[in-house]
Write a protein that binds this ligand. Structure first.
Ligand code: ATP
Ligand code: NCN
Length: 205
């Protein structure tokens, strides 16, 4: 493992990314620019702790879709760290591991505002907020209050796109090309992901 000795402002962007979409990419770029981050690490989870079912697309497909989506962005990186451990993926484990990787790091964790209310229920929350500060990207319908552990973008915007909408639209054979990068769209088509004939169990990670 290579150790980095300079102080860096790094954010982890954790999620199911089932699939990654323009909402994720716009949020990440807004965070990068407005919070003066050095880089953003996209961190697909095995399964989010509060979600009862596994993602529909396999871990390999979600990784590949993220790889394709972030290719044009120099400061976006991808990690398979959470996919190498059994579900669920607890952010405290990831945060501790990344803190150890760097000698001096200011670590952030990007979330949509739909996550803010449930944050205090995250595993080892008191410990987690000693390691990361959460950068909140607003989502329509999810207002939130300021807290010491939250960082709010100076100029924020709403991007009303979700992975669940995309999955539903693919199932119904409705267009989704406007909601995600075209390389991801082509990947979904080529590998027949999110089609109605595949049950959730058949498609589990
Ligand atoms: N359009 C968006 N605007 C702001 N934040 C978003 C947006 N989409 C997702 N996020 C945030 O990105 C993180 C990862 O989200 P996730 O991969 O679960 O996507 P999602 O679109 O919320 O998925 P689903 O619809 O399946 O719940 C979460 O913190 C979520 O709140
Ligand atoms: O650590 C926790 O307890 C915890 C609880 C809920 C969500 N998370 C993380 O939050 C990220 C977004 O999750 P989700 O549900 O929007 O896919 C993902 O990286 C999850 O692992 C983490």
């Amino acid at each position: 493992m290579i150790r980095n000795t300079s102080v860096q402002r790094i954010a982890i962007f954790g999620g199911s990314f089932d699939p990654i979409h323009h909402g994720h990419l716009i949020s990440a770029m807004d965070c990068l620019e407005q919070m003066a981050l050095e880089k953003i690490i996209f961190m697909p989870c095995a399964r989010s702790p509060f979600k009862k079912t596994n993602p529909i697309a396999s871990a390999q497909d979600r990784l590949e879709m993220i790889r394709l989506a972030i290719k044009p962005f120099k400061k976006f990186e991808l990690s398979s760290f959470e996919l190498q451990s059994p579900a669920p993926s607890y952010s405290i484990h990831t945060a501790k591991a990344f803190q150890k990787l760097f000698q001096q790091i200011e670590l952030f964790w990007i979330i949509g505002s739909d996550q803010v209310q449930g944050l205090p229920k995250w595993k080892e929350f008191a410990e987690l907020i000693k390691i990361v500060k959460f950068i909140v990207v607003p989502r329509a319908g999810f207002p939130f209050e300021k807290k010491s552990y939250l960082r709010i973008l100076p100029t924020s915007r709403y991007i009303d796109i979700s992975s669940s909408e995309i999955r539903e639209r693919v199932k119904k054979n409705l267009p989704v090309i406007h909601l995600l990068p075209s390389a991801v769209f082509r990947y979904i088509k080529k590998h027949s992901i999110y089609l109605p004939n595949k049950t959730d169990n058949e498609q589990k990670a």
